[in-house]
Design a protein around this ligand. Sequence first.
Ligand SMILES: Cc1cc2nc3c(=O)[nH]c(=O)nc-3n(C[C@H](O)[C@H](O)[C@H](O)COP(=O)(O)OP(=O)(O)OC[C@H]3O[C@@H](n4cnc5c(N)ncnc54)[C@H](O)[C@@H]3O)c2cc1C
Length: 427
Amino acid sequence: MTERVNVLVLGGGVIGSGIAWALARAGVDGIEVVDLDLAGLYASSELNAGGARATWWQPVNIETCRSTLAFFGSHREEFGFRKLGYLWLYDEPGRFARALEKRELQNSHGLGVEALAPAEVTERFPIFDRGMDEIVGATFSPADGLVNPNAVRAWYRAEATRLGVRFRNRHYVAGVKTARASGGAGSVRRVASVDVIEVDRGSVADESGSLREILVTHRVPLEARLAELRIECDTLVNCLGAWSTLLSAKIGVAEVTRPVRRQICLVGVHAEDLAPGVSLENLGMLVDASDLYFHSEGAHVLAGYSIPDEAPGFDFDYDGEEFFERHVWPRLAHRSSSFERCGHVRGWSGLYAVTPDCSGIAGSVAGFSNLFEAHSFTGRGVMQSYGVAVAMASLIATGRYEECDLSPLTRDRFEDPARLVREELHI
Ligand SMILES: Cc1cc2nc3c(=O)[nH]c(=O)nc-3n(C[C@H](O)[C@H](O)[C@H](O)COP(=O)(O)OP(=O)(O)OC[C@H]3O[C@@H](n4cnc5c(N)ncnc54)[C@H](O)[C@@H]3O)c2cc1C
């Protein structure tokens, strides 16, 4: 069976859904989003930490996040956006000096980042009452905060649907056909169509079984296949997140993104264990000097830590108690007596789509007349989603960037070390 659409968006995570919405809002019609599992059981959009900040070291990341935070602020209730700030502790003078240097850049973008001496940290954040003699300083960015990423993605989808976008669930992107672009120079190609496989409902219904197998092995088992469909399109947008390289590989575009496992857990803390004057309510994101990050999450604390030597791969195994005992609890208890007796509740793992300079890839794909991409946001996709969506919609609909300029994020930067968009403030 063959179908034809105007714009085909591959991947309905927060980025693909956001771009579909922004395109429809810009008046583009005939948009379809294809995803294997719109519920997103293994999608990064579903599994992340809910942090939202504009405090980065690269102007393009600052600006896309700044506009996204403003958008979150204008839908505060719907997105559960809580402007509670980000606090970063530093125990190395060199790193702190770099943070202060970058603070000037951040504040030139209107972020109002404060520099705090250790004594100010303990006064304003009494949760930190241990190991503070190691701390040389901190920064606090009051405009940052926390957001419900699922609510953001759901909003993009609902609004996109209202504007006529079609979301096609349970369809696996299996192949892509290209052709020589008419009128273009000899080597320019265009995407002609995408082949998708419809997968039976049971295969994507829960965490066990075929869904995980498909996303890890990149093969659809025969028993899960229902039908095959070819979708012809005028424009294709690759928003497959950590899986974006699968499409790139099929059309000879260099793979630079690596999927890397990141783990998060919920920590249970008894109220009677909290040190005097300490409350877990309204804790924004707290980033320890050891790179452990945590914030309050309902009755618990959500804590995450990126194991530095994690090997790349489509790995969703969560290490459970071991992750908590080895990486989370020691860091929490080292800095706060309130966590001395805390316990592991549960946790999960998801994928960061990591690039060599830790910034995302967005724009048109060189060598193609109708291929665009927006993916690999390396732990930043939700907080960048609005800025990226609006910019990509503008590029696709009008051929140029208007609100946010994403041109530093095109993939050809990886061919020139001077153009890398090195982002170091990621966790
Ligand atoms: C543990 C963790 C913590 C994080 N914390 C934060 C944070 O605090 N703040 C923040 O902004 N970001 C955070 N991130 C990053 C953020 O979640 C991602 O950058 C963002 O969700 C990426 O969105 P996406 O739409 O590009 O990808 P995804 O949400 O992964 O969407 C990709 C979609 O592609 C689909 N797909 C894959 N292969 C195929 C195929 N062959 N056919 C059809 N469909 C396919 C998947 O089903 C999925 O729905 C975190 C990520 C992790 C893992």
